[in-house]
Ligand binder design. Structure first.
Ligand code: NAD
Length: 494
């Protein structure tokens, strides 16, 4: 089964920060894949804008190198290489000064027929100067799109400030705030599984769901990004955006239609229904950790070059969505660095049957768990208890029903279909003007409004994060957070 590809309208995409890490690792390879698939039309242009004096040939050489590094050889063709490099243009712009903007205006010309999009792949302090300049030059008309990267603010006040700056020049319908987790196939499939099947929805509530656990584990530490990370920490860097977004998609009510505002309205209601966690709750509901040296790596404090650092590289939270659907069902969130493996998943653990007729014959723990795996090996499994095959009597085993679409959608010879990177989907959505998978300003602010009091309560408590061993599953306290409730985390890396 091969997915249909419908080309998007011709576009001009200006990438500010086109020589940076994100552009080279993600944006240029994503655009290449979309061109190769026939979705990016031949007349489309990708205009790199950055400080370096590269010229068009220099930028094409940099892009060719990025493709060599980040696009699998099997996905490359000579025809796609030629067409892609021909679509690339470059202007040298210092976004804090006057130089280069006229070149950009000239290059863009008066192409009213094309979709125009500006991708701000630069540090957040440059968002305002870029937006102001684009407005002043009149090169970002009312139907153009502005894409902004994370982090969106450092707390509620700064996120509000950023929203106010952006809204001075652009309407909310032009703003595309990226959370690349929302671009993952499995995350979108969570919505399909919930809302396109009648099977799960009747069970998707506190009566039938025991708890939900959302894990985003990384094996690497903060090496190389220590300075930035030390000002941020796991709560700001991962929970406020990615984990809350995943929680929203899991917990939200079915929207009336699959349209951007209907979906985002429902997500916003979930964030606003989260019970606040303040000074009285942090000890029972949150755990902070910081990795020690080990497993071949230095301690967090050495990676961050800050021996006194109290920044958390791990956080676990017991969250509660206080509404009719979820009252009494905890949502456990955990994320951390230098853990046993890189693994992200949402696990929805259903309650046990009310009465077991198979005492002593069922595996322990048992029960149905719907596991939505984001990485590695994107896919969805539903664990079921079945009878062990064979004549050995009525013995029960746990077995996963595999709904991994790379296999299900394969071409029948056992080969998997390629899973597109999240950025491929998201950039095409920008061109199509579809904001469903992008965060609205009020959602981002509501998420900060929930995380800010946690940060403040940690600060007021004056305690340091608990050290944990590199290569494990985080601090002991995080295990206790679950044990106290008679539950346990799923293994990281299995
Ligand atoms: P980077 O430091 O590698 O690249 C920054 C880019 O900005 C370069 O192209 C540089 O030329 C350009 N730039 C800097 N100052 C400029 C100026 N005055 N005028 C014009 N151009 C200027 O950064 P990055 O890692 O590519 O990140 C870009 C943005 O994306 C940041 O907001 C970052 O937080 C976000 N982000 C990055 C990643 C990632 O994986 N790298 C992931 C998520 C979000």
């Amino acid at each position: 089964m091969v997915a249909r590809t419908i080309p998007v309208d011709p576009f001009d995409l200006v990438v500010f920060g086109a020589t940076g890490d994100l552009a080279r690792r993600k944006l240029l390879p994503a655009l290449y894949q979309r061109l190769r698939a026939g979705q990016m039309p031949g007349e489309a242009r990708v205009i790199g804008a950055a400080r370096r004096d590269l010229g068009q040939d220099g930028f094409r050489a940099l892009a060719a190198e990025a493709l060599d590094q980040f696009v699998p050889t099997g996905d490359r063709t000579e025809a796609a290489d030629t067409a892609f490099l021909a679509a690339l243009h470059y202007v040298q712009v210092d976004v804090t000064g006057p130089g280069g903007w006229d070149d950009l205006r000239q290059l863009l010309g008066d192409e009213a027929e094309r979709v125009r999009a500006f991708y701000l792949s630069v540090a957040p302090e440059f968002f305002e100067p870029i937006c102001a300049r684009l407005a002043e030059l009149g090169i970002a008309p009312a139907d153009s799109r502005i894409v902004v990267e994370k982090p969106f603010g450092h707390d509620l006040a700064s996120a509000r400030g950023l929203n106010a700056q952006l809204s001075r020049h652009y309407g909310e319908d032009q703003l595309f705030r990226i959370d690349h987790y929302l671009g993952k196939e499995t995350v979108q499939n969570l919505m399909a599984i919930r809302f396109a099947n009648a099977l799960f929805e009747p069970l998707w509530n506190a009566r039938h769901v025991d708890h939900v656990q959302i894990t985003v584990a990384e094996a690497i530490g903060v090496e190389g990004r220590g300075g930035y990370y030390d000002q941020s920490g796991a709560l700001r860097d991962m929970v406020q955006n990615h984990l809350i977004q995943l929680l929203c998609l899991t917990a939200m009510e079915p929207p009336a239609q699959f349209d951007p505002d209907a979906v985002r309205d429902e997500k916003l209601k979930v964030i606003r229904a989260l019970d606040p966690i303040g000074p009285g709750e942090i000890a029972r509901h949150t755990v902070r950790g910081q990795y020690r040296a080990g497993a071949g790596g230095a301690a967090y404090t050495a990676d961050a070059a800050n021996g006194e650092s109290r920044t958390e590289s791990f956080v676990a939270i017991r969250a509660h969505v206080a509404n009719w659907r979820w009252s009494g069902t905890p949502f456990y969130l955990r994320t951390g660095k230098r853990l046993r493996a890189r693994m992200s998943e949402i696990a929805v653990a259903f309650k046990d049957p009310p009465h077991s007729i198979f005492l002593g014959r069922a595996p322990d723990p048992h029960g149905n768990v719907l596991a939505i795996r984001l990485q590695p090996d994107e896919g969805i499994t539903l664990s079921m208890t079945i009878k062990e095959p064979g004549p050995g009597g009525m013995r029960l085993i746990e077995t996963p029903l595999d709904m991994t679409f790379a296999r299900v959608m394969g071409n029948g010879d056992g080969a998997s279909v390629r899973m597109p990177d999240a950025y491929e989907r998201l950039i095409m959505d920008v061109i199509r003007g579809d904001q469903t998978l992008f965060m609205r300003g009020d959602e981002v602010e509501a998420a900060w409004a929930w995380t800010d009091p946690i940060l403040a309560a940690w600060e007021a408590a004056g305690s340091a994060p608990t050290p944990y061993d590199s290569g494990g599953s985080g601090p002991e306290d995080a295990l206790m957070l679950m044990h106290r409730d008679g539950r346990r985390w799923r293994e990281i890396g299995l």
